[in-house]
Design a protein around this ligand. Structure first.
Ligand code: CAO
Length: 550
């Protein structure tokens, strides 16, 4: 057992480079080549690998410290026999190319301006690496590129490097593909340039690698930062297709990029928590964990699934003061249910009005008596009664689709759901056997269910088994809305605020109390004509209170 001091290797002549991440802790067992820390110049990030396997005995630096070649960074316990002066000496091929080794633009042979010509772009000096992998193609054939525009991105074990266009021109052809292995001198593209260059101009006219790394996140507008929240639905894939350029612009080091590729993670979706928003390997792991967790729970949030493009996350704090309020469980479940219904059900909504002048007069005349019996008589119990009777009259509405896709479930019971606004969110208690109950009993039981919903006392079985839901915003206002079917039910009614309107009775306009109604239905189970019949029946019952109580 011996202790060696790990020092910063040759980092291409860069001085006072900032440490932006320390990836290990004292006591960690580390492998040879494992990333120990990450340095960042204003041009590039570099991961410093461990020269030997061992155990971290001491960390000699902190994040934010500035280091240069030779700076002592760790003490490492190794199994090797003690030596006199052990300092880490990374192998030649591990070192990034020293700056002076890179051909500089001014080394180009001068030449007379020429007419248009096609030049071959070759892979430049790779700083000692033999073969590297093409990880991104940042431009397409036909693109007009400016000098220094990134064309391809290469990745070795130690670093990723942008290969910039040596001159402005039109890209004729890209001769490599993602995952190809290339080495110094390989021709990777052809560029049409006009005048002023050598006929044999090569890509290595430009210094590669760290000369033009991906822009750090800090340089990007905040709004472009990737989403913190992962995608949500079961069909969400980790690697939704994204423009290669967007991935290329993400602020992440080579090992994070490698991990993202291995796991199929689209880096533009990952929020970086490293310095200046850099994406770390842990960020990628956390992202994957969150996607898997949400996928397993079936929760659906602000982004889409089933091939639906995700809604980009927005950093609202850039527009003003904000605070994050935790969603209640009911709100989250409602969000998931609504998204599921919205995405699965082909909705159609029909509109109508019921003349409830007589019904409302009758209701008001009965109100005091009802109150004596402890019953609050709003229009809702009449609508529940009318809906139950309409379901009996039009059984095509009292169905659900069987999950085998081959059958319709015809229901011989009539349970009505009532959408109820509660402090915790929307709940739908279910009134059972509404077709067999009188108005007072419906009103009484409905009021009890509403109270329970608002006081968090509803039992699960009191929210199950609905055949049809009524969602009433009548006490609040509005002239109409299109509710989402409460699956596995196949239809829902939206009730808006009744208003006195002039109605033509054949000889004159008369003031009538008109109740605006909508019915949304699942067009897989119900046809427009079915809905027309159901709706007309319902409106007729509401318009003639005598028929309703029959
Ligand atoms: N037009 C005019 N007035 C109406 C009305 C209508 N369509 N519906 C109710 N009112 C009146 C009632 O008569 C009552 O007035 P009075 O006391 O003078 O009679 C008043 O409005 C308050 O009614 P209410 O809201 O207390 O009771 P309700 O039976 O009408 O509704 C409930 C109960 C649970 C449906 C309702 O309180 C509620 O939570 N609605 C929200 C439903 C919702 O959020 N749906 C989601 C929409 S998206 O699908």
């Amino acid at each position: 057992m011996s202790t060696m001091t790990v020092t910063v290797p040759d980092i291409g002549g860069a001085e006072d480079v900032e440490i932006i991440e320390i990836n290990v802790a004292v006591g960690d067992s580390v492998e040879q080549e494992q990333d120990l820390l990450v340095l960042e110049t204003d041009k590039a990030t570099m991961e410093i690998p461990c020269p030997e396997a061992g155990k971290i005995a001491k960390i000699l630096v902190n994040v934010g410290d500035k280091v240069s070649e030779g700076s002592e960074i760790f003490e490492l316990e190794t199994d090797a026999a003690p030596a006199a002066e052990e300092k880490s000496e990374p192998a030649a091929e591990e070192k990034p190319a020293p700056a002076e080794e890179k051909p500089a633009a001014e080394e180009k042979p001068a030449s007379e301006p020429a007419a248009e010509e096609v030049i071959e772009l070759t892979v430049p000096d790779l700083g000692g690496a033999d073969e590297v992998t093409v990880i991104e193609i940042a431009a397409n054939a036909g693109d007009e590129v400016a000098e220094d525009d990134s064309l391809i991105v290469l990745e070795s074990d130690k670093a990723s490097m942008d290969i910039p266009a040596p001159r402005a021109g039109t890209l004729q052809e890209i001769l490599v593909s993602v995952d190809d292995k290339v080495k110094e001198g390989d021709v990777y593209a052809k560029l049409l340039v006009s005048g002023g260059g050598s006929a044999s101009a090569k890509a290595d006219e430009k210094a590669p690698a760290e000369d033009k790394p991906a822009a750090p996140a800090a340089e990007k507008p905040a709004a472009e930062k990737p989403a913190a929240a992962p995608a949500e639905s079961k069909t969400q894939t980790l690697n939704e297709v994204t423009d290669e350029k967007d991935i290329h612009n993400v602020y992440a080091g080579p090992s994070s990029r490698r991990l993202a590729r291995q796991l199929g993670v689209n880096l533009t979706k990952v929020k970086g928590t490293g310095m200046r928003g850099r994406i770390t390997k842990d960020d990628i792991r956390e992202y994957v964990k969150a996607v898997v967790k949400q996928s397993e729970s079936g929760a659906v949030g602000v982004t889409g699934g089933a091939g639906i493009p995700a809604v980009p996350a927005v950093d609202f704090s850039q527009f003003g003061d904000i605070e994050l309020v935790k969603m209640s469980k009911i709100k989250k479940v409602t969000a998931a249910n609504m998204s599921r219904a919205w995405l699965n059900v082909p909705h159609v909504t029909q509109f109508d009005e019921a003349d409830i002048t007589d019904l409302d007069e009758f209701r008001k005349s009965m109100k005091a008596e009802a109150e004596k019996q402890g019953v609050k008589l709003t229009p809702l119990p009449f609508m529940i009664k009318a809906a139950a009777a309409s379901l009996v009259a039009e059984p095509s509405f009292n169905v659900s689709l069987h999950h085998d896709g081959e059958h319709i479930v015809q229901k011989n019971y009539v349970h009505i759901g009532i959408a109820c606004d509660t402090p915790n969110g929307l709940m739908v208690p279910v009134l059972r056997d509404a077709d067999k109950k009188g108005i007072y009993q419906i009103a009484k039981e409905t009021n009890e269910l509403i109270d329970k919903a608002r006081n968090g006392k509803l039992k699960p079985n009191e929210m199950q088994g609905g055949c049809f839901t009524i969602s009433s915003l009548g006490a609040i206002g509005g002239t109409g809305f299109t509710p989402i079917v409460n699956t596995p039910e196949v239809a829902i009614m939206g009730v808006s605020k009744a208003q006195i309107k002039p109605v033509w009775n054949g000889s004159e306009f008369v003031p009538r109390n008109m109740l605006p109604l909508t019915v949304s239905y699942d067009h897989r189970a119900i046809n427009g004509a079915d809905c027309g019949r159901f709706f007309t029946h319902f409106v007729a019952l509401m318009s003639d209170v005598r028929r309703l109580v029959l």
